[in-house]
Write a protein that binds this ligand. Sequence first.
Ligand SMILES: [Zn+2]
Length: 100
Amino acid sequence: MAKGGFPIREIVYERIGILLPLAADAFRKGDLLHARRYVFLARKLSTRYNCRLSPRERAKFCKGCGLPLVPGLNCKVRLRKRTKSAEYACSCGKAARIKY
Ligand SMILES: [Zn+2]
């Protein structure tokens, strides 16, 4: 096994950074099949190569239905002052919360 020479995780982070915007674009165009597929690939890559997604990246897709969260289309964003968290509520009923 190569000793840290090949930067596989950098490549994976780069690819995740490409896939998530692609998913949102596909969803805006109404292409649910590809939107789901891009989210699936990004999540699969992060588990396969042990690359943690940042809270911001995790708020870009729904864990319930696997679709990208696009505010105004299928997602409501609410700010909770008391807990200092942003809630990204999907139209399927699932919500992701991140601290701010
Ligand atoms: Zn959902």
